[in-house]
Design a protein around this ligand. Structure first.
Ligand code: BGP
Length: 461
């Protein structure tokens, strides 16, 4: 048995997002999820949409009580652009929403829980999607102005901000693989979205600096470390390098280093994917790098060189690699994602060695499990698998920190079972169970375990 101790000011908590927890409650505007559910209910698991979710808008006080009872010293959520802004051009705000987010922030602080706020979590306002979403430069400007407004009104109380959650997923889901609206399949348009979101993020960082508010600003990236099937096979290495460029470094490098990797620029030029750029963009990226990096880690990406031709009408990332199923890999069968504990350490070392050891934290890590009611004993979900999942990741993270990686916290996905996009309530991730029928919220075994972990600043394992 070994003691795994974390520093006294280490952040322990969890993350959710506005669209996945609040419910609709007369929002000023619809976002693309509200709309997509309206027109395509059948796409959503059991046809459950975003209108109710776990009712954070109504129940935030009780929810924060539960979050407190599970030991959190930090909690992350997102502001819904479509809720707080009434008119995107004049930036007229919705007063009920302003008050709601203000109350949430106050309630957290009152409970000694630090609020971390993200400004965009997959939730493009429908009106802005109608003019092209992040393909349109005008939306980049509107986003930067919205961000500036949020710093102005909440910047005295919130000291950790994030511009985007998993921006690469916006491009993947909406413009390549059809698991987000607008269900477009175009590598070129995806590249434009990636480019414009990088710019939008840098412009928000600029606005934050200009606001003069105290604190850190960053971006949240879902890093999927790329592992080649065979380290000694040149073609496998090339495939894994391309994946790393597309899925990780397309945001990581501009955010931290202020520029796109040269190999990525060559790749987009060679494949006719070059986005439309404007003069001055390079300066904006270079001058507005982040001070804090959020990393969501769920799974590695194992790849090999293509063994057969990829059949598709349009050019896709898969033209350049094939997924590799490593024998004996550990799987989360419900989500279909590999669990690879050491990946979190590899990320820690990568950030330390290649990204100037920037201050970072895990903003999501988690295990979605189906039919968790199977594990209820005496009214409590006995989720020992989740305890194992967290502790095994923390052991590797601890090693990375011991070796000097500048990680300041670990946030799980998610406090209370929440609505998960197309999967709705299929897989449960929370420390706290949400009973869909009765609306009851009950702390799971992992929630009590987490409380002890935070109290002791570590665990024995
Ligand atoms: C991340 C997202 C979250 C959350 C989580 C779990 O990618 O930031 O919003 O949903 O994944 O994934 P899923 O809901 O797809 O099971």
């Amino acid at each position: 048995m070994k003691q795994y101790k974390f520093s006294d000011n280490f952040l322990f908590g969890s993350s959710t997002s506005g669209p996945q927890s609040e419910g609709f409650y007369n929002k000023a505007n619809k976002n693309i999820w509200d709309y997509w559910f309206e027109i395509s209910k059948e796409k959503f698991h059991n046809q459950v949409g975003p209108e109710y979710t776990s009712n954070f808008f109504r129940d935030y006080k009780d929810d924060i009580k539960l979050i407190k009872e599970t030991g959190h010293n930090v909690f992350r959520t997102s502001i819904q652009w479509s809720r707080i802004v009434k008119d995107f051009n004049t930036l007229e705000l919705d007063e009920t929403a302003v008050e709601f987010y203000n109350n949430v922030i106050d309630e957290l602080i009152k409970n000694d829980i630090e609020p971390i706020i993200c400004l965009y979590h997959f939730d493009m306002p429908l009106k802005l999607q109608e003019i092209g979403g992040f393909e349109n430069r005008e939306v980049v400007e509107l986003y930067a102005r919205y961000a500036a407004k949020m710093f102005e009104i909440y910047g005295d109380k919130v000291h950790k901000w994030f511009t985007f959650n998993e921006p690469i997923v916006v491009a993947e889901g909406g413009y390549l693989y059809k698991f987000h609206y607008p269900e477009v399949v175009s590598f070129k348009r995806a590249a434009q979205v990636v480019y414009n979101m990088n710019l939008a993020s840098a412009k928000a960082v600029k606005a934050f600096k200009e606001s003069g508010k105290k604190g850190d600003i960053g971006i949240i990236l879902n890093l999927t470390p790329s592992y080649p099937r065979d380290e000694n096979n040149k073609e496998d290495l090339k495939a894994s390098h391309i994946c790393d460029l597309i899925f990780n470094r397309s945001f990581l490098d501009p955010a931290v280093k202020g520029e796109f990797p040269a190999d990525l620029i060559d790749f987009v030029n060679e494949n006719n994917l070059t986005p439309i750029c404007e003069e001055g963009d390079k300066d904006i990226l270079r001058e507005n790098t982040i001070s804090l990096l959020g990393i969501n880690y769920y799974q590695p990406r194992r790849v090999k060189a293509r063994e057969s031709k990829f059949e598709s009408d349009a050019l896709m990332p898969e033209n350049f690699f094939e997924p590799y199923e490593m024998p004996n890999r550990l799987m989360n069968p419900y989500r279909g994602w590999e669990i690879y504990y050491k990946g979190i350490y590899d990320i820690a070392k990568n950030i330390q060695e290649n990204y100037s050891n920037i201050k970072w934290l895990i903003t999501e890590n988690g295990m979605g499990v189906e039919n968790e009611e199977r594990f209820i004993k005496n009214g409590i979900v006995e989720d020992d698998y989740r305890i194992e999942f967290v502790s095994e990741h923390l052991k590797w993270l601890h090693k990375g920190i011991e070796e000097g990686s500048n990680c300041i916290g670990y946030l799980m996905w998610t406090p209370i079972d929440c609505w998960s996009w197309l999967n709705a309530y299929k897989n449960r991730y929370g420390f706290i169970r949400f009973d869909l029928e009765s609306g009851k919220k009950t702390i799971k075994k992992s929630g009590y375990w987490f409380k002890e972990l935070v109290k002791n600043k570590g665990f024995e394992g």
